[in-house]
Design a protein around this ligand. Structure first.
Ligand code: ASP
Length: 344
């Protein structure tokens, strides 16, 4: 008997489903027009169900409630489908894929984020190929088990781990890169999976963890940054966590004013996580004296975390852990493949 595979598509918006408004700007429209443009779906032997956001968004508008909605839709439908495809704008796709990877504890089915650089109605659109291959990946099985039981981004022939990806192109079709982790698959004539890089299948129920705390910020350092700017950031009312985007392998100015601002912030209980602003960079706070000074004060080393994976991890841990010590401990440990040990 040929059992049909089933996929739930969650349509959130993004360029794929956009058209031009009267003023000539791209805005999202509803999903029905996307299905019309992919007639091949009917011949794929996949049962596709679509749940659309009531108001599709440009992903620049994505926020905590949207993430909770996406995770909730997946958890409510988890047992019914073989896999999930999330149609999402590219601008913040790496943030959404990262946070969903934390929120969907125990995930053992594929959740594939995809989108497009050109609206599906455009002649040269990449949407059709991205959606069709994502659907195939979402149902792909080996020995009865999903081949990719994790949150991924599929874009322009490559499948990347979601919490390792970063948008790196806004004008070309290869919009995403994953400098610190190899692709999970390359889609050529066949879809060639890199089985060794994929998270192993672990049976068990899904554990939805949907409490998020967004009292966090990213501070990107630049030469010439003033004490006033740094002190203001650390003084933000209610701030609980800060991702510090440092130079190279985790280095910051180590002049007195900077270190005492950091020390004061840590003293107030603000958690500071050090990530590198270099794409493909890795923090090693032992390498240079400038990094060692941060470590000595209690700044946490984020190893090879992307900023996207770091800031969402902070929101996730601050929301789900009651104890500050646990937040600090888990920030420097891999939760679901987002970073490589060791972190110093
Ligand atoms: N601004 C769009 C969005 O992120 C860009 C895209 O979809 O590629 O929703």
């Amino acid at each position: 008997m040929n059992i049909e595979a089933s996929v739930l598509i969650i349509y959130t918006g993004g360029t794929m489903g956009m058209s031009y408004n009267a003023a000539g700007a791209l805005v999202p429209f509803n999903f029905s027009q996307i299905l019309d443009k992919i007639p091949d779906l009917n011949s794929m032997n996949i049962t596709v169900t679509v749940i659309s956001f009531p108001e599709p968004i440009d992903s620049s508008n994505v926020g905590v409630q949207h993430w909770k909605d996406m995770a909730y839709i997946i958890s409510e439908n988890y047992d019914t489908y073989d896999g999930f495809v999330v149609l999402h704008g590219t601008d913040t796709m790496a943030y959404s894929a990262s946070i969903l990877s934390y929120m969907l504890g125990g995930l053992n089915k594929p959740v594939i984020f995809t989108g497009a650089q050109l609206p599906i109605a455009a002649l040269r659109s990449d949407a059709r190929e991205n959606v069709i291959t994502s659907l195939l990946i979402a149902i792909a099985k080996k020995d009865g088990k999903p081949i990719v039981p994790e949150v991924c981004i599929f874009f322009n022939h490559r499948l990347l781990r979601g919490n390792r990806a970063k948008k790196s192109q806004s004008m070309h079709f290869d919009a995403f890169e994953s400098e610190n982790y190899p692709p999970l698959a390359e889609a050529g004539i066949v879809i060639d999976y890199n089985h060794a890089a994929v998270k192993p299948f672990v049976p068990g129920p899904l554990d939805l963890r949907n409490r998020l705390d967004n009292n966090v910020m990213v501070l990107k350092l630049f030469p010439g940054i003033t004490p006033r700017v740094v002190e203001h950031c650390f003084d933000i009312d209610g701030l609980k966590g800060l991702v510090l985007e440092t130079f190279g392998s985790g280095n910051s100015p180590n002049q007195g004013w900077f270190l005492s601002a950091v020390e004061k912030a840590l003293g107030k209980g603000i958690i500071i996580l050090n990530v590198s602003q270099v794409n493909g960079g890795e923090v090693d706070q032992d390498r240079y004296q400038t990094g060692r000074d941060l470590k000595k004060l209690g700044v946490l080393g984020g190893a090879d975390l992307t900023t996207e994976a770091a800031i969402t991890k902070m929101m996730f841990l601050l929301g789900n852990e009651n104890d500050e010590g646990e937040v600090r401990r888990k920030l420097v440990l891999p939760l679901c493949g987002e970073m490589t040990l060791p972190s110093t």
